[in-house]
Design a protein around this ligand. Structure first.
Ligand code: ADP
Length: 201
């Protein structure tokens, strides 16, 4: 996958968990870094403070990133108010954001503004939540992107391309009305195709 666009634009990489979104984000941003482009990488912070962190793929690859509580904090970082990143938007060539689905609707105007200002914006995130419903502002970001790549994982039960993320609480599939974000619960996730193949027993 490569970008056929010059100048500012928006690229979005989506798919279920384990589909390689973070891997692909890291791959694209690493190429830019090798080409000596100025790259800023962000991800959502679990707590309310921004801090130095990294984007990590399930296969273990990592890239330095700034964890931020919200889209406004990305704006603050880019305008030089943050300590971790001093570059103004006009000093950044590429901005990568992982787990984009966790940022609120204010991410949309921010990334459009950046793309209009000449920045290449690469977003990675879940297109669907565990109920297979469109996740947050991802539908609008997908609609407004110049480039969309929808990746699949592999279903560990049947081997089919997996397009959805199944949420398990205590080993059991979550109920539709469980909250999308459940802090502190014993939960895990697996990637499944549209027609689920649940292991028996
Ligand atoms: P995402 O960001 O989409 O969650 P990552 O880039 O973090 O995905 O991880 C992708 C990697 O996860 C794969 O290269 C592979 O090593 C691993 N992996 C684990 N489970 C699966 C699965 N069911 N299908 C495909 N890859 C998987």
């Amino acid at each position: 996958l490569r970008s056929p666009y010059s100048g500012g634009h928006l690229e979005v990489v989506v798919g279920p968990m384990f589909s390689g979104k973070s891997e692909e984000l890291i791959r694209r941003l690493t190429r830019s870094l090798i080409a000596r482009q100025r790259v800023a990488v962000f991800k959502p912070a679990i707590d309310n403070r921004y801090h130095a962190s990294e984007v990590a793929s399930h296969a273990g690859r990592t890239l330095e990133a700034v964890a931020v509580p919200d889209a406004q904090a990305i704006r603050a970082q880019l305008s030089g108010q943050g300590e971790l990143l001093s570059a103004a938007p006009e000093g950044v060539d590429v901005i990568g954001i992982d787990e984009a689905q966790f940022f609120g609707p204010e991410l949309v105007p921010l990334v459009l503004e950046l793309a209009d200002a000449g920045v290449r914006v690469v977003l990675a995130g879940l297109d669907l939540d565990f109920r297979a419903e469109p996740f947050g502002s991802m539908p609008e970001l997908l609609a407004r992107a110049e480039s969309v790549d929808k990746l699949t994982a592999i279903c560990t039960v049947c081997g089919a391309p997996a397009t959805r993320t199944q949420r398990l609480i205590g080993g059991q599939p979550a109920r539709f009305d469980d909250p999308v974000v459940l802090v502190g619960a014993q939960e895990s996730y697996e990637a499944l195709p549209r027609a689920p193949h649940r292991a028996q027993g």
